[in-house]
Design a protein. Structure first.
Lengths: 164, 337, 777
């Protein structure tokens, strides 16, 4: 039996009829066409499906869409504004922190949540914040470098490229 | 992987949730954070007709009563516990344990009550049985055990990180069925039965967890051994706590609780006795670690023999006691992140 | 020769913006109107006869549009290898027998997941279980259950031999008798898997007019097309495979998979698009993993450490079908003989059928297992002979211009330099042996250092054997590349752009890429056998050069100058000495169209490695050319062993390597870091655990792929032996899979250096370390 739900995603409101067992990841991908949110395991072990719920990173594969009605959901599609990449996205590119790209949306969103809370994170804080995001390509070295670089830029509030 | 179909109820209060459980009998399941339940449902280990989601019920802030007990709402998320000043001050051990659970995302979803009541786990159980191990094992209602085929016993283990910490802190749970509330020690919550590890009735909900006041001179440590250092369940976890006399050298009371080695967290009572009332020396700590190793019989598992686990328990215990000793008097500050 | 403007530079990847914004569409993201959900029914038995399959109830489920079994197939078999000696041995769906848990038996397509699931549950298969065997040594016994008959050309009295590789040169017996020291060891490796993040997925859409459109997560579309066409009985031209982004592969997405075949056939049966996404548990439990090898190696050396003779016996647990199991026993021979001179060698490798899932290449394809064995033994020999690990390696390392026993030449070889640089950079000689000499038993944490050496080929001959690239100039002066290459994350499209950019002197941003579409792009060798940068890269260079020549020719006409006096720069042409007077490429294109009967300036380029060699080397005898590009590396690991928990940490990994000319240093670094990480997982924590053919850890919670807690400090030193010159062929050699191996061996050697224990099997678990230290019994 379908139920009617209202979601707010990247600032846009959606009203849709879904079955109650539909996860947020399925809702985003299959019902709303927001396929930037990836699903690699479906059981919360890889972090590919990470989205922000009121700014906090959650696993959209283990969250019911119907349970997201009173919160603001941010997906990777909501991060860049008007085709301008945000500093995290830019630094991921500049540092070679992207290879196959499948973990990237989740990794970028986890980073975004971290930098929202901690403007100048230590290596340990980065590790704790990103421990739930698996990447098979990069070995994480360049991801850590990219997070530091993004933090530097964002805390300086400057847009010039710092280390090029 | 999709969740099986179910009817969703989203009550606004715990009492309402309890009424729903009563109304639907055994066919309804509670979902708090969902990080443990939903993977099991995706594997079809659980297919309830009704899911009672608690996401609409907002947890209360932690409060301290007149006797100094800290009451933590069972629906408080682990990430919020890690951040909470009052939990930090009052029960640093719990903060440290919560910090070790799963991943950042899991901690932002999983609740304290949910982690405490985590289902026991076994590799033969926690997977899809479409074509692997299809015949139900004991935990799935059958009568065989894939892990030890000759036995007629289930060997699933409790891998919750907060459980040993809460047992160590002598925490009590407040359980409600929507009509009546009752208190019981966290330690008594665990049935010891891997098939039904939590001794609660079908309509019972854990409402809150009360942690008695901390002694002034306390040192504690939560230890977790896991291959990657994060993102996973413990091979062995352990909570140790030392309450000291004014001389800062004599142990007034020690508690050592080992987890992930049986269906419940297990207290190392002989080792506790060995430390209580004694001056803490390196040698005494080492001895306590050996006694802990000898009094606990860990369930072996994939890649870890009983012999290894015993050694691991000894090392973790010694390291944990040393760390706890170093933290004496500044326990509350130890886990600030 | 002008300077290099675009290659050798860390240009940012072309697909980067798509990937960081979530715009990149992977196969799992594609949705065609009316798409059905496909699912596959798998065998619960490791070995059983299929007595009957009844799909009648399944077909009646509401929403089910097609159900297929073997009866619906043409009965055409396929395999990773399809040669006269090793013909295809896999059915698309099981016919009368299943040979591993998870083997595909039937498939359904339905309007949603729930109808598909219900239908699967209603398919009745009657099985008669048969005895099964999982261990290769047991499977070789003449009284073991027969999974397939032993290969007719293998004379030994063994059961279940899928294939054998043998090779010999010199005189092994006299080699050992001339040796001052002979030692024999046995090393075991374990089952690992690729761990690509994007699940295996296929969307297939059959048009009633006969065209099959396919999007599939793969390492290259042309091999997929050939195998799909053959098994479905369609002409190749009727099968179109198009690009979607690929979320990692590492060797696990090369040849035909059942979900691809089933999606296609279900679409043909139902007349609707069908999408199949493999679940992660399916991928872990029944898709192809890497290859666990048993390596027995006997080595004879002179007193000074010179290798005299080496004898290998390799047993590969190759799973229920041949898969790449007969390839890995060939490649293992190669990885054994590549880095060091071995005057007398005898090699026997067996691929043995067992009732386990099929095996695939996994990054390194045998090299990590072999190098772990050889380099461990070499360190032990060095210690016995009183030589240090650096000296013994330098003494035996191949040098530039050396010919290999199969007739290949290593050409420029930076191996000795790599060994020296790695040792120097890590202060190896000073550190080595310190921990063992100094540390007393009370020392809990012990540090150690170790080195390993490896070599890897870049490109060989395997279908489709060659790559072609087309570069076309657009009216606005930009260019478009048509390439069949598949970017699986390594940056294939980016480096092809850089190469073309260099040839035609145009910014990478102005070059568009149309890639990996069997219908519109030319053939490509595929993103495996480490040939992409070299084979497709040289094709791109030739295509770019053809355009360059046309641009120069037209400029020469219009600007009335000799071609030799013209300079191309930043998509303009000018006459040497007069850089102020330039013609833009847009103007040159217009001029060409105006004056050359509409010729719009298009160039094509083609490349094949070893162009005078008719075919690939013999997998069975190793005869014939293998490759013309060999990359070399020396890797040093520094570890810390906790002797109380048995946990080992890789605290530093240094890679000194000769990868040829690095087209894009940032991408090269990414490959190195990723391989060090994969080796770290291999060394310490990753293992697919199985019990009687069933997988115990079919998830990432229990299959411990490194997470961000397990970052190894990865450093690298480039030993560049090749150069890039415009309009001249070049060797990029290899960087994508050669560096998972020496580092694994280095870790093993560093553990010995730290703790004095030598482990002869991977992974190096805490349990094994403590057992070796005598701390547990």
């Amino acid at each position: 039996m379908k139920i009617l739900i209202e979601l707010s995603i990247n600032g846009d409101s959606y009203e849709l009829a879904i079955e109650p067992q539909v996860s947020l990841a399925e809702c985003l991908r299959d019902h709303l066409g927001l396929t930037g949110t990836k699903e690699a395991c479906g059981t919360g072990e890889c972090g590919s499906c990470t989205v922000l719920a009121d700014g906090k990173p959650i696993l959209s594969c283990l969250t019911l869409a119907a349970d997201c009605q009173d919160m603001e959901i941010t997906t990777i599609e909501g991060l860049a504004s008007q085709n301008v990449l945000n500093p995290i996205q830019e630094e991921f590119l500049a540092h070679g922190a992207v290879q196959c790209g499948f973990c990237t949306p989740g990794m970028v969103l986890s980073t975004s949540a971290l930098l929202e809370e901690t403007s100048n994170p230590t290596d340990d804080q980065i590790t704790k914040a990103l421990e739930g995001n698996l990447c098979r390509c990069t070995g994480y070295n360049k991801i850590v470098a990219a997070v530091h670089a993004a933090a530097d830029r964002m805390s300086r509030g400057s847009v010039e490229d710092s280390d090029k | 992987m999709r969740l099986p179909r179910f009817e969703l109820k989203r009550p606004g209060s715990l009492d309402e949730a309890a009424e729903l459980l009563r109304e639907y009998g055994g066919t309804a399941t509670l979902a708090a954070g969902g990080t443990d339940l939903f993977p099991r449902m995706k594997y079809r280990l659980s297919s309830p007709d009704v899911v009672v989601s608690l996401k609409r019920v907002s947890p209360a802030e932690p409060t301290t009563d007149s006797e100094g007990n800290l009451h933590i709402d069972a629906l408080m998320k682990l990430a919020d516990i890690v951040r909470s000043e009052s939990v930090q001050r009052h029960a640093g051990l719990l903060v440290e344990a919560a910090h070790w659970v799963g991943s950042a995302q899991v901690r932002h979803m999983a609740t304290l009550g949910g982690n405490l009541c985590l289902e026991t786990r076994c590799p033969f159980f926690n997977q899809s049985h479409d074509y692997q191990f299809a015949e139900p094992c004991i935990k799935r209602g059958g009568d065989l055990c894939y892990f030890l085929p000759k036995g007629k016993k289930c060997w699933a283990i409790c891998q919750a990180d907060t459980a040993p910490a809460l047992v160590c802190l002598e925490a009590r749970v407040c359980v409600t069925d929507g009509r009546q509330e009752r208190q019981q020690a966290v330690e008594d919550l665990f049935s010891g039965d891997p098939v039904r590890p939590i001794g609660l009735g079908a309509t019972d909900l854990v409402k809150s967890i009360a942690i008695p006041p901390s002694s002034k001179i306390r040192g504690s440590a939560f230890m977790k051994f896991c291959p990657r250092g994060g993102l996973e369940f413990a091979v062995v976890n352990m909570a140790v706590l030392l309450d000291m006399h004014e001389d800062l050298e004599t142990c007034a009371r020690a508690r050592i609780v080992v987890g992930a080695i049986a269906a419940s967290p297990v207290r190392a009572k002989k080792a506790e006795d060995l430390l209580s009332g004694e001056k803490l020396s390196e040698a005494r700590i080492a001895e306590a670690a050996e006694v802990t190793r000898d009094e606990i019989a860990p369930t072996p598992r994939l890649g870890y023999s009983r012999s290894y686990l015993r050694k691991c328990i000894e090392t973790l215990c010694r390291d944990g006691l040393q760390r706890a000793r170093q933290r004496i008097g500044r326990d509350a500050d130890a886990f600030r992140s | 020769m002008s300077e290099l403007d675009y290659v050798g530079k860390s240009v940012l990847r072309k697909d980067g913006p798509d990937k960081v914004t979530g715009r990149a569409l992977y196969t799992v993201d594609l949705h065609l109107p009316g798409t059905l959900v496909g699912r596959i029914l798998r065998s619960p038995h490791p070995h059983a006869r299929i007595l009957n399959i009844d799909t009648s109830l399944a077909k009646r489920v509401n929403g089910v549009k097609a159900v297929i079994t073997y009866q619906d197939t043409l009965g055409v078999k396929h395999g990773f290898v399809e040669t006269p000696r090793y013909p295809a041995d896999q059915d698309c769906l099981a016919s009368d027998r299943v040979r591993f848990v998870g083997e595909e038996v039937a498939a359904v397509a339905a309007v949603d997941e729930y109808s598909a699931e219900e239908a699967l549950n209603l398919i009745r298969v009657d099985y008669e279980p048969l005895p099964a065997v999982f261990d290769p040594l047991e499977a070789m016994h003449m009284d073991a259950p027969e999974i397939h008959p032993t290969h007719p050309k293998v004379p030994e009295h063994y059961r279940n031999i899928a294939g054998k590789t043998e090779s010999e040169w010199g005189d092994i017996a006299s080699g050992f008798s001339q040796s001052d020291y002979v030692v024999e060891n046995r090393y075991e490796s374990h089952l690992r898997t690729h761990g690509y993040l994007e699940p295996q997925a296929t969307v297939a859409s059959f048009e009633p007019e006969g065209k099959l459109n396919v999007w599939t997560s793969s390492q290259g579309p042309f091999l997929k097309r050939a195998k799909l066409a053959k098994t479905l009985g369609l002409p190749q031209s009727a099968v179109r495979i198009q690009k979607a982004y690929v979320g990692g592969a590492f060797g696990g997405k090369i040849d035909l998979f059942a979900h691809e075949y089933c999606a296609a056939l279900l679409s043909m049966k139902s007349g609707r698009p069908v999408k199949i996404i493999a679940s992660r548990p399916e991928i872990f439990a029944s898709y192809r993993h890497g290859q666990p090898l048993l390596v027995e190696v006997k080595t004879g050396v002179k007193k000074d450490g010179t290798l005299v003779a080496q004898q290998y016996r390799i047993i590969n647990n190759c799973g229920a079908y041949r898969g790449s199991g007969v390839v890995v026993i060939f490649l293992s021979w190669g990885f054994a003989m590549l880095p060091y001179r071995i005057p007398n060698l005898r090699y026997d490798g067996y691929a043995v059928y067992t009732n386990n899932p099929i095996r695939a290449p996994q990054r390194g394809h045998g090299a990590p297992q072999i190098r772990f064995a050889v380099e461990s033994q070499l360190d032990a020999i060095a210690e016995e002979m009183g030589i240090d690990p650096i000296e013994i390696r330098l003494r035996n390392a191949r040098q530039s211009g050396e010919e290999l026993p199969n007739g290949d030449n290593v050409h420029n070889c930076g191996l000795s330099d790599s060994i020296r640089e790695a040792a120097k950079h890590t202060d190896f000689i000073r550190k080595y042996g310190k921990a063992r000499k100094k540390a007393g038993p009370a020392e809990r944490y012990r540090k150690g250092i170790g080195i390993g050496v490896s070599s890897y080929f870049g490109g060989s001959l395997i279908y489709p054997n060659s790559s072609s690239v087309v570069v076309k100039m657009n009216d606005d002066g930009t260019a478009t590349i048509l390439t069949g290459a598949m970017d699986i994350g390594q940056g294939a499209e980016t480096i092809l752009c850089q190469i073309v950019a260099e040839e035609i002197k145009m910014p990478v941003e102005e070059i568009q890429v149309i890639a990996a579409d069997t219908e519109t792009t030319p053939v490509d060798i595929g993103s495996w056998i480490s040939g992409n940068a070299y084979v497709s890269g040289n094709a791109a260079r030739e295509a770019g050069a053809a355009v360059r020549r046309k641009l120069l020719a037209i400029a020469s006409e219009v600007m009335e100058a000799n071609i030799d006096d013209l300079v191309l720069e930043d998509k303009t042409a000018y006459v040497i000495g007069s850089p102020d007077v330039r013609m833009s490429y847009a103007e040159l294109v217009a001029a060409s169209i105006r004056t050359h009967r509409g010729d719009p300036i298009i160039g094509d380029g083609h490349w094949r490695t070893m162009r005078d060699t008719p075919t690939h080397p013999s997998l069975a005898t190793t005869k014939g050319r293998w490759s013309e590009n060999y990359a070399f590396d020396a890797q040093v690991a520094e570890v810390e062993v906790d002797t109380e928990t048995g946990v080992v940490r890789l605290i530093r990994a240094v890679t000194a390597h000769d990868c040829g000319f690095p087209i894009n240093p940032l991408l090269v670094e990414g490959q190195i870091d990723g391989q060090v990480s994969m080796a770290l997982g291999h060394a310490f924590m990753e293992e697919v655990l199985m019990k009687e053919g069933r997988t115990l850890n079919p998830n990432w919670l229990e299959y411990h792929m490194p997470c961000i807690h397990n970052v190894a400090a990865s450093e690298h030193i480039d030993v560049i032996t090749e150069s890039f010159e415009i309009d001249r062929p070049y060797r990029t050699k290899e960087v994508g899979e050669g560096y998972v191996s020496a580092i694994l061996a280095a870790i093993a050697n560093a553990i010995y250096d730290a703790a004095g224990v030598r482990l002869d099997s991977t992974p190096f678990t805490p349990e094994k370390i403590l057992r070796a230290l005598g701390k547990i019994t």
